[in-house]
Design a protein around this ligand. Sequence first.
Ligand code: C2E
Ligand code: CA
Ligand code: CA
Ligand code: CA
Length: 277
Amino acid sequence: AKQGGRGSHAFFVPELDAVARRRVHLEEGLRLAILRDELSIAVQAQWTPSGQLQAGEVLVRWLKGPDGNPVSPGEFIPVAESSGLIKPLTLLVFSKALDLAAELQALELDIPLSVNFSTELFRDESIINGVLELLDESGVAADRVVLEITESLLIDTQPWVQDNMARLAARGLSFSLDDFGTGYSNLAYLKRMHLSELKIDKRFVDNLPGDEDNRTIVRSILSIARQFKLRVVAEGVETEEQMAFLASHGCDLLQGYLLHKPEPAEAWVAKLSRQKN
Ligand code: C2E
Ligand code: CA
Ligand code: CA
Ligand code: CA
């Protein structure tokens, strides 16, 4: 611990050290994991209210972290975002997602895949070029891929951010607005951008249908989406009651543990292939 600082801070130093050490540890581990191709992807399926498999979200997995244990994306994605590792990480995840999309295409399964794209990526043209190159090389149809973005991207005023988004859209990629309603309330951007979908964050799905505030928020999101002609996916659906409420209010797609827990991509596609035969 740091010595000679003001006495009032000394108490907190060991704890800060532990947090900082964990961060450095994770960053170093993640750098190696990317180099050694030790990250993998899981998929969580999205369903129509009538129970038809319609699409899937790709989620990165780090199964063997620095201590040999899995590390959750909730912990390592922020580290990746603040260290620049999000760029190679996303290209790796995107390339795995394209491999999976190609397998689905070969099985003649019409299941678009969503991939999470952090806002930082759009500030860097080389990443956009990388994404477009991977897409070209893969032979996957652009309409089989959806990029999940957050509201912070849409309000980013740096001109090249919008240009980069437009380049991806021009190639046929579409965008889904993740965690809708948790950021900024200005709706002007909804029609500006190349959005095809809104995702209702889990926090609004929790406590449905009992919680009046969440009922109102979800109904508002569905009404906004209808006016802007956007598809709506609700995430974090864990109960039959939530599903019934969302279905009866016109939510297009449902995603959550009730219907499907994220599953390693290979296992998922193998299962779909068996079901087909
Ligand atoms: P997200 O994009 O909001 O993804 C949904 C998260 O909710 C996933 O957590 C998923 O496993 C979890 N989830 C889905 N259904 C349920 C449910 O019914 N109940 C509960 N309790 N949880 C549910 P996960 O996989 O841990 O990912 C956490 C976050 O990390 C994601 O949140 C996303 O923001 C980020 N993330 C994951 N993969 C990537 C990636 O490849 N790139 C980037 N940039 N971010 C990623
Ligand atoms: Ca997401
Ligand atoms: Ca989400
Ligand atoms: Ca979420």
